[in-house]
Design a protein around this ligand. Structure first.
Ligand SMILES: NC(=O)c1ccc[n+]([C@@H]2O[C@H](COP(=O)([O-])OP(=O)(O)OC[C@H]3O[C@@H](n4cnc5c(N)ncnc54)[C@H](OP(=O)(O)O)[C@@H]3O)[C@@H](O)[C@H]2O)c1
Length: 236
């Protein structure tokens, strides 16, 4: 009957920070990623979300676990994502398909299998991005997939009407994680430039987004909402 948090991509960054927070609050925490979660006490279900077969197996294993443990509530956090550098005039279908597989289809598969087993009081939280609602150049497939997550969250909210399960899209700004640092090539000048793009002159910490995720689970009043966590980003 223990409350359970299922978090994709808790091997690093925002997901790992969220896993730590749910664990401290007494949740059973399950991580889904290729590498294990570095936090002791988190159960790893290692798998590759870019592989539909692997996602199907993960979903099956998870649904058996939920059927057996019957948690009093489940927080399902769709956090894992792939970000490529690509553009609208050069992206081939296979690379767009890979991004959509991880960032949208894997979410759909997990939702389809797990939602029937999630009791009232559960939540489905999507970690989107500032780029769920706007675009920048050079991140075509990521922008497409993050906009799709906004639609998925809103449609899920409508389709779950009356079931006592709420949804939200949490949209981080520039957050100090592997994804950001890999994307900008660990370039300190770019870090300083993007840090200057908000009111506080710094990057968002993964724990700040984790707090938003954790808070969102226990506040169903936000059902269907988009929550931005970007320190007040400069609009261009
Ligand atoms: N950092 C930012 O500035 C920023 C801004 C806006 C939105 N976000 C969003 O925040 C979320 C978390 O990202 P992060 O910044 O915390 O980055 P991160 O530290 O790089 O974490 C990404 C996570 O996704 C997992 N993942 C990636 N590909 C996977 C695959 N094929 N199969 C399974 N797991 C996979 C990774 O696990 P493995 O490598 O172990 O598989 C890792 O745990 C993402 O949805 C991202 O779009 C981040």
């Amino acid at each position: 009957m223990k409350r359970t948090a299922i978090i994709t991509g808790a091997s690093s960054g925002i997901g790992a920070a969220a896993a730590s927070m749910f664990l401290d609050a007494g949740f059973a925490v399950i991580n889904i990623s290729r590498r294990p979660c570095p936090i002791t006490g988190v159960t790893d279900l290692c798998g590759d979300l870019s592989n539909p077969k692997s996602v199907q197996e993960l979903a099956r294993t998870l649904s058996l676990q939920l059927a057996e443990t019957q948690p009093s509530s489940v927080c399902l956090v769709h956090n894992a994502a792939l970000m490529l550098k690509d553009t609208a005039d050069s992206t081939d279908d296979s690379s767009l398909a890979k991004v959509l597989q991880i960032n949208t289809l894997a979410i759909n598969n997990l939702n389809r299998e797990l939602l029937p087993l999630m009791p009232s009081g559960s939540s489905v939280l999507f970690v989107g991005s500032t780029l769920s609602e706007k675009a920048v150049k050079g991140a075509f497939s990521y922008v497409v997939s993050k906009h799709a997550q906004l639609g998925m969250m809103r449609a899920t909210c409508q389709d779950l009407m009356g079931r006592g399960i709420h949804t939200a899209l949490i949209c981080p700004g520039f957050t100090d994680t592997e994804m950001l640092r890999n994307h900008i090539g660990q370039d300190q000048k770019i870090i300083e430039a993007i840090s200057a793009m908000n009111s506080f002159g710094r990057l968002v910490e993964p724990e700040e987004i984790a707090r938003l995720i954790f808070w969102s689970h226990s506040n169903p009043v936000i059902n269907g909402a988009v929550l931005h966590g970007n320190l007040g980003q400069v609009e261009h």
